[in-house]
Design a protein around this ligand. Structure first.
Ligand code: S3P
Length: 432
């Protein structure tokens, strides 16, 4: 981030209580922004994510010729009807890996050249993972030692049948977005089912997408048509509050209009396994996305413990930092494995979670692909280094609520990458 680094002091809490409605899901907002930019007609979105990441997707489609009208969280995007304009400047993806990888798929079949840049964190993240399938389809992509700046020399593409070596919805999306504009039928196979917002969004915009247990396929040459959509609240943002509430016997927290897509809602199962009481009400679907009301109450005897590994780790990838951060307060701890991808997120989240837990006095063991956080520990307030990573800043704000003494979060402004309202909403539901 280029913003000035700010600090936040988090004091211990007595309880968590209240009712929240959260800004729109980051993953869905990105996809609607990008597909709305390519589609024909004017897409009207409400409850669009307020995070800086999704703003990056909007400015990119704007630079590519879409017309974007912003009115708070209500956004109108008039798309380019299939043909992007070559932008005058490099496309700035900011801190957003989703923007850079998914947009690469959308641009690779467009016959022009595009350069995508990002902030220092994004410029360290691996991009070979999208270059490989897109160049197999016929695009030429230049990287610097596997990283951004990423220059795409777009070309007419040919469909492929591709098996992702890494469980990643961003890779899947890049291939499907390219496949939408390629010759033939593109098939993407994945060993672990990752979030399926792209499949649902493509359908909402009028494309046909076929799915089996472990594959998705799409025929090229299908036009997209604008949609009207209300974006559900972001469950990965809710995760910080759900975990916080699960720590305080007597807590009661309610979320209205929360996105509950089954490929994203695994945290609710984990919290239930840990002993929290989770109630789900008022289920409905909006543009094929499941939405509902969620209520959480902590178990009177405290949370038990859990091991998260295999497919679960991929499905919970964004929630693992906060689960690890509350691990010391559980009875038998939180063990995480098969989560090597955490090392190449906005920061090395395994290293930063371990370092910050230790700063708070916790015992923790770090592995190449995860962490062991023993339970039954008491933490003290400390100085936390967020590393400019939004999910680390928010995860340790949650850990701070049960610590003794105050905690200082450095780089607290990074929360605004996905959730600018985080600290204000925390103040609203925390009782001290
Ligand atoms: C995302 C997928 C995940 C996740 C990221 C958002 C998406 O990344 O960590 O925050 O919207 O598709 P990977 O697909 O690279 O694991």
């Amino acid at each position: 981030m280029h913003a000035v680094s700010t600090e936040r002091i988090i004091q211990p809490a007595r309880n968590i209580e209240g009712s929240l409605r959260l800004p729109g899901d980051k993953s869905i907002s990105h996809r609607y922004a990008l597909l709305g930019g390519l589609a024909e007609g004017t897409t009207r979105l409400t409850n669009f994510s307020t995070g800086a990441d999704c703003a990056s997707s909007l400015t990119c489609v704007e630079a590519l010729g879409a017309k974007v009208v912003r009115n708070g969280a209500s956004i109108e995007i008039t798309g380019v009807a299939g043909r992007f304009r070559a932008p005058a400047h490099p496309l700035d993806c900011g801190n957003s890996g989703s923007t850079m990888r998914m947009l690469s798929g959308l641009l690779a079949p467009q016959t022009a050249s595009f350069t995508l840049i990002g902030d220092p964190s994004l410029s360290r993240r691996p991009m070979e993972r999208v270059r490989t399938p897109l160049s197999q389809m016929g695009a030429r992509i230049e990287l610097t030692e596997g990283h951004a700046p990423l220059t795409i020399h777009g070309a007419p593409l040919t469909a492929i049948d591709y098996t992702t070596p890494i469980p990643s919805a961003q890779i899947k999306t890049a291939v499907l977005f390219a496949g939408l504009q390629a010759h033939g039928r593109t098939t993407l196979r994945e060993a672990v089912r990752t979030r399926d917002h792209s499949e649902l969004a493509l359908r909402a915009f009028g494309a046909q997408v076929e799915r089996s247990k472990d594959s998705v396929s799409i025929a090229g040459g299908q036009p997209l048509h604008a949609i009207d959509a209300a974006i559900p609240g972001d469950i990965s943002s809710a995760a910080f509050f759900l975990c916080a509430a699960a720590l305080f016997p007597g807590s009661n927290l309610l979320f209205d209009d929360l996105g509950l897509n089954p490929t994203r809602a695994t945290l609710l199962d984990v919290l239930t396994t840990l002993g929290a009481h989770i109630g789900v009400l008022n289920l409905e679907t909006k543009n094929d996305e499941l939405v509902g009301t969620v209520q959480v109450n902590a178990p009177p005897a405290g949370l038990t413990g859990a091991t998260i590994s295999g497919a679960l780790s991929a499905q919970l990838i964004d929630e693992l930092p906060v689960l690890a951060a509350i691990g010391p307060y559980t009875q038998s701890g939180i063990r995480i494995r098969d989560a090597k991808e955490l090392r190449v997120k906005e920061s090395d989240r395994i290293a930063l979670v371990a370092a910050n837990l230790r700063a708070m006095g916790a015992e923790v063991e770090e592995f190449d692909d995860g962490l062991d956080v023993p339970g039954g520990q008491t933490l003290h307030g400390a100085e936390i280094d967020s590393g400019g990573d939004h999910r680390i800043a928010m995860a340790f704000s949650v850990a701070a609520l049960r610590a003794t003494g105050d905690t200082l979060i450095r780089g607290a402004e990074s929360a605004s990458i996905s959730f600018p309202e985080f600290f204000d909403l925390l103040d609203r539901v925390v009782e001290r």
